[in-house]
Design a protein around this ligand. Structure first.
Ligand code: KG4
Ligand code: ZN
Length: 358
């Protein structure tokens, strides 16, 4: 593999990282825009693009200075995400690659999450991809199970409506808790009773491996209002015990939803490894339950360090290293960003001279 600079700007974090030729994380920097968007109650796309423009030159300069040697490859997230935000990263990466005569690889954000469990933040090289992996990706934009086999990826089940992280964020917002809601609900859930608030766990009859979070989210929001807890988290001091109970009950229902398909998928696909990635994979209960399942079933479970679950550029750099190994190069004069999900199994992607993500 080549020493690689990774750039990630698909949403509201500007992230830059350098991995060495064994996939060791040499530097990984992140500039969060949470404070810039906070007054607007959500991510404002135009503002996200501007903030990326401001942050990237400094982050990249610092990452290149701190790297263990000269960078030989540039990898950038080209989709899916906010189109304006993606374009800032894509054009920055393309200009850098063009100016320095370096090869450029376009990376799909989901592919980054999928390979993130192979990385370490303790100076270890990246693990080789095992033969057959059953992988959960649960983030603010996606929730799905995949099987990764012989370099190819196949989606086995996905959310039909909201993503898991999105449902954490919405319930937290109604409770008056800050964005992003997942980490705050996680912290409060440790103080609450997970059986205090009854919540549904809807399943889809025609697609048993798909998820639905919108019915669960709406039920949780109804309970918040019925119990007079709307905005209760915004009052100074530690939120009341009833908020912690709601947080614990909701977190348990989301984790139940995500893990229901696991036993059957594991029986059917016989994975050598089970992984989880994406911001929701930082969740304490999800990590604990996956660990317990692994011990009971005898299947190895590998979870990324919490800092590698949420959006970061180390995972993009590593996905770029692997894609480069498969000969997937992008043309810096033509590389464009794609807002919508364009994910396809890497084995099926053409080695494109143009958009990289054909
Ligand atoms: O992967 P990510 O950084 O961005 C996307 O690609 O969407 O995921 C962000 C999402 C947010 O919805 C956030 O609330 C959620 O991950 N999240 C968590 C936790 N940490 C972040 N959800 C539950 N528990 C957590 N500890
Ligand atoms: Zn993500």
């Amino acid at each position: 593999m080549l020493r690689t600079l990774g750039i990630e700007t698909s949403c509201d974090e500007s992230a830059v990282a350098v991995l060495d030729d064994d996939g060791r994380v040499e530097t990984s920097f992140l500039s969060s825009q949470v404070a810039a968007h906070a007054p607007f109650g959500g991510v404002v796309p135009e503002l996200a693009s501007r903030e990326h423009l401001k942050a990237l030159p400094f982050l990249v300069e610092r990452a290149l200075e701190d790297a263990g040697g000269p960078v030989e490859l540039v990898a950038v997230t080209a989709g899916p995400g906010l189109i304006g935000a993606l374009l800032v990263g894509v054009r920055f990466a393309a200009a850098l690659a063009w100016g320095r005569r370096l090869p450029l690889v376009a990376v799909d954000h989901l592919e980054g999450h999928l390979v993130s469990p192979l990385l370490s933040l303790d100076g270890e090289p990246a693990l080789p991809e095992p033969e057959r992996v059953l992988a959960l990706v649960a983030s603010g934009g996606h929730s799905a199970w995949y099987v990764m086999e012989n370099g190819g990826r196949r989606r086995l089940g996905r959310t039909r409506d909201d993503a898991a992280g999105e449902s954490f964020d919405k319930v937290a917002q109604v409770l008056g808790l800050p964005y992003p809601g997942g980490p705050v609900i996680d912290r409060l859930a440790r103080l609450g009773d997970p059986s205090a608030v009854p919540l549904p766990r809807p399943r889809l009859k025609d697609a048993p491996h798909d998820f639905s979070f919108s019915g669960l989210k709406s039920a949780a929001i109804r309970r918040v209002r019925e119990r007079g807890l709307a905005g209760a988290g915004a009052i100074a001091g530690e939120p009341p015990a009833a908020v912690a109970d709601l947080a614990a009950s909701f977190e348990t229902a989301v984790v139940d939803q995500l893990l229901t398909p696991l036993p059957e998928l594991a029986t059917r696909h016989r994975p050598s490894l089970v992984t989880a990635s994406g911001g929701v994979a930082a969740n304490t209960l999800l990590r604990r339950r996956l660990g317990e399942w692994g011990r009971e079933s005898g299947v190895e479970v590998l979870l990324p360090a919490p800092a590698l679950t949420t959006d970061n550029a180390a995972m993009i750099a590593h996905a770029g290293q692997l894609a480069h190994g498969r000969g997937q190069l992008a043309d810096p004069r033509r590389l464009d960003a794609r807002g919508r999900e364009v994910w396809q199994p890497p084995g099926m992607r053409k080695s494109s001279g143009g958009l990289g993500l054909e």
